[in-house]
Ligand binder design. Structure first.
Ligand code: FMN
Length: 309
C-alpha cells in the first residue's frame, strides 16, 4: 500500500477518555500499535523481564510449542525491513519472530523414547498457533508496561522460505508473526474499535440488524472516505468481476458513484486485502506448511523411528 493519498487503516486518531479501576486496565484499553521508534537500546534487564512475561503465558498442556528469534543485529533488521517493505522494522530496538516450534518437543520425545506425531496433527498445530500468539501478546503488554511500544508485522507470510534460510529454522519450526519493539518517539493514540454491544453476544450468537451493523462500522471508520479516482474504480470493479461476476461489479461501482467516495469495506476488500489475491496463494501456503515439516492435512503415515517403532 504505497499510495500516500489513500488514508490508511493504521492512521485513525481516537482519544479514549475515562477513568480506570487500575493501571493495568488503563494500559490495556489505551494501548496502540507503535511504528515510530527512538534509536535506543532496550537495557538487557528490561528485555529479559519482557521476554520472561511471554514465556509465562498460558499454553496448551504447558508444552510451550514455540520459539522466539530475537534480532538486534542492525543488518538483519534492515533486511527484514526491506523484505516486508516497512522501514520502521529497522528502527525498532528489537525484532522478535514468533515461531511454532515442534522440533524441540520432537527431539525431547525421541530422547525420552516417547511416541510423537505432533507435526502430523491438526489439533497440535491449531493449539500451538494459539500458544505462539498468546505468548506474543503477553510480550506486547509487558513491553507497554515498561514504557516501550510495539507493532506486529503479519507480512512475513510472504517470505516464509526466506525466513527459514535467514534464521536457520529447522523442520518443525514455522514462523508466525514478527513483532517490533522499541521506545516510542511519541505515545501512539488508541484506535477506534467496534464496541462491546457489537462484539459481545450474551449467551448465544445474535445477528445484529443491518442498520445497526452499518452504523457501527460507520462509527468506527467515520474518518475513512477514499477518493473515487477512475483508477481505483477500475481496480475495484475488476476485483468484483473476478470474484462475484459482472452484475456485482456494476452494483459496486453504482454504490461508489452514489456515495461519491470508496467506502472502507470497499477499500479493505477491493483495494487493500484484495478479495481475488487473498485466496490466490492457498495451495502454495499448504505446500510451504508441508515443506516446513507439517503434514496434518494429509493422510497420516507413522514415521519410522531409529531403533524401530
Ligand atoms: C496479526 C497482525 C498483523 C499485523 N501486521 C501489520 C503490518 O504488517 N504492518 C503494520 O504496520 N501493522 C500491522 N499490524 C498492526 C495492526 O495494523 C493494528 O493492530 C491495527 O491497525 C489496530 O491498531 P492498534 O493496534 O493501534 O489498535 C498487525 C497486527 C496484527 C495483530
Amino acid at each position: 500500500m504505497k499510495n500516500k493519498k489513500m488514508p490508511s487503516h493504521h492512521g485513525a486518531k481516537e482519544k479514549i477518555r475515562g477513568t480506570y479501576p487500575n493501571e493495568t486496565m488503563k494500559l490495556l484499553i489505551e494501548r496502540a500499535s507503535c511504528r515510530n521508534f527512538l534509536h535506543k537500546k532496550i537495557p538487557e534487564k528490561i528485555l529479559h523481564f519482557i521476554l520472561k512475561a511471554g514465556i509465562h503465558s498460558p499454553t496448551g498442556g504447558n508444552l510451550q510449542p514455540y520459539s522466539i528469534i530475537k534480532i538486534e543485529n542492525e543488518e538483519m533488521k534492515q533486511k527484514l525491513a526491506k523484505m516486508c517493505y516497512q522501514e520502521f522494522i529497522a528502527k525498532a530496538s528489537v525484532d522478535l519472530i514468533f515461531c511454532i516450534d515442534w522440533r524441540r518437543l520432537e527431539r525431547w520425545a525421541q530422547l525420552e523414547i516417547a511416541p510423537f506425531t505432533a507435526t502430523s496433527s491438526f489439533e497440535h498445530f491449531w493449539i500451538s498457533f494459539q500458544d505462539t500468539i498468546i505468548c506474543a501478546q503477553n510480550i506486547c503488554t509487558a513491553a507497554d508496561a515498561m514504557g516501550l511500544g510495539s507493532v506486529y508485522i503479519g507480512t512475513v507470510l510472504g517470505w516464509f522460505r526466506e525466513l527459514k534460510k535467514m534464521f536457520k529454522l529447522p523442520h518443525g519450526v514455522f514462523p508466525v508473526v514478527l513483532l517490533c519493539i522499541g521506545y516510542p518517539k511519541k505515545r501512539p493514540t488508541s484506535r477506534k474499535k467496534l464496541g462491546i454491544d457489537i462484539v459481545i453476544h450474551d449467551e448465544t450468537y445474535h445477528e445484529i440488524p443491518d442498520e445497526e451493523l452499518t452504523e457501527a462500522f460507520h462509527d468506527k471508520y467515520s474518518h475513512v472516505k477514499i477518493e473515487a479516482t477512475d483508477k481505483r474504480i477500475r481496480e475495484i470493479s475488476k476485483v468484483c468481476r473476478k470474484v462475484h461476476g459482472e452484475k456485482f461489479a456494476l452494483r459496486c461501482v453504482k454504490k461508489i458513484k452514489e456515495n461519491g467516495y470508496i467506502n472502507p469495506a470497499q477499500r479493505y476488500f477491493g483495494l487493500h486485502y484484495r478479495a481475488d489475491w487473498m485466496t490466490a496463494g492457498n495451495s502454495e501456503f499448504l505446500k510451504i506448511v508441508e515443506e516446513f515439516g507439517f503434514g496434518w492435512f494429509k493422510k497420516f503415515r507413522p514415521p519410522v523411528r531409529k531403533g524401530g517403532r
